[in-house]
Design a protein around this ligand. Structure first.
Ligand SMILES: *Cc1c(COP(=O)(O)O)cnc(C)c1O
Length: 343
């Protein structure tokens, strides 16, 4: 890929900054499978502490943190309740079935955000032998397929209260949880209290090259550590990459607001285009536009690529653009000019 390509396909495409790289190269390291990598230990404790949790587990990806959490909670034959648009169901290679032998109860939701009454209706009666045992409820905030939609914290509270009364764990796929929290302003620890476990991605908008952290109570993380090993996820001198994540958590959360401002500008630009039918209201850094029935996704994606701007086809007549740390204001202007020139 050329250097001046503007890549809006995902917020995973960012490259580590010079400051982040310096921090990584100077990080103290050790054998993390022995629990002796000081940088990994610091990152795990820091991430856990942010959300008021007892412990953390550094993993290679958000898929791994999610799949580990599911495996801790679910036995073969159990069932997970989630949105039909959930990453854990749609984009993790069938991992719920493959890794944990569990099935899913998929809810429609609003832009992928499910609600307490629907969750309640989806919980199976454990005394009826016909049904799989409901073992887990999982939310995603922000919601990727929902165009970066943010959950109403009040709805999360209602779902948590329901899970507590039903004795069910509540997991959060928080790949973009900081995108939600910088907008809602909800206190991290209060928010952390709504979930039994949270998976956070360091390699999305926060700009680290690798990794996710799973946080929860000590017992949960101890079990998760065993599953990570079984999945081949025990890493050795991982501090060198964990340091990028630590740098990202300490320095880059507040920068997400900038990504959101830029995404809003793209929303306004697209809404004014004759070839665009609608744009999902932008709440964070993801812009999903549905093109007119006569317009061609391939053609639009191709025309933008000719101008060295990469966007992602997002199913049907939709395209997705994601703003991130490596898009500056000059590039934003270039994108807007390019979009306006399309016919
Ligand atoms: C990116 C993402 C993940 C994790 O993806 P990895 O590429 O495995 O790190 C999980 N959930 C959501 C919603 C995501 O967008």
């Amino acid at each position: 890929m050329k250097n001046d390509t503007i890549d809006l396909r995902s917020d995973t495409v960012t490259k580590p900054s010079k400051e982040m790289l310096d921090y990584m190269f100077s990080a103290p390291v050790g054998d993390d499978v022995f629990g002796e990598d000081p940088t990994v230990n610091e990152l795990e404790a820091y991430a856990a502490e942010l959300f008021g949790k007892e412990a953390g587990l550094y993993c290679s990806s958000g898929t791994q943190t999610n799949q580990i959490a599911i495996n801790v909670y679910c036995r073969p034959g159990d069932e997970v309740i989630c949105s039909k648009e959930a990453h854990i169901y749609k984009y993790e290679g069938g991992g719920i079935a493959k890794n944990s032998g569990s099935s899913v109860k998929l809810l429609d939701g609003d832009r992928g955000r499910i609600n307490a009454p629907d969750v309640k209706g989806a919980i199976n009666d454990p005394n009826n032998v016909h049904y799989p045992i409901t073992a887990l409820v999982a939310l995603e905030d922000t919601m990727n397929r929902g165009g970066g939609a943010i959950y109403n914290p009040e709805e999360i509270k209602r779902i948590k209260a329901l899970c507590t009364s039903e004795g069910l764990p509540l997991h959060l796929d928080g790949a973009r949880v900081f995108n939600a929290l910088v907008e809602t302003g909800v206190d991290y620890r209060t928010y952390g209290g709504y979930f039994d476990s949270i998976s956070i991605c360091l390699s999305k908008g926060l700009g680290a090259p690798v990794g996710s952290v799973l946080v929860g109570d000590k017992d949960f993380i101890q079990r998760a550590r065993r599953v990570r090993k079984v999945y081949g996820g025990g890493m050795r001198q991982a501090g060198i990459i964990a340091a990028g994540g630590q740098y990202a958590l300490k320095n880059n959360i507040s920068l997400l607001k900038e990504d959101h401002r830029k995404a809003k500008e793209l929303e306004r630009t697209l809404n004014a285009c004759s070839w665009v039918e609608s744009v999902l209201e932008v709440q964070t850094n993801i812009v999903v536009a549905t093109l007119n029935p006569e317009a061609s996704v391939d053609k639009i994606v191709g025309q933008l690529a000719e101008k060295e701007i990469l966007v992602m086809p997002f199913g049907g007549q939709s395209i997705r653009m994601v703003t991130h740390l490596d898009i500056d204001d000059a590039q934003l202007e270039q994108i807007i000019t390019a979009i306006n020139s399309l016919r």
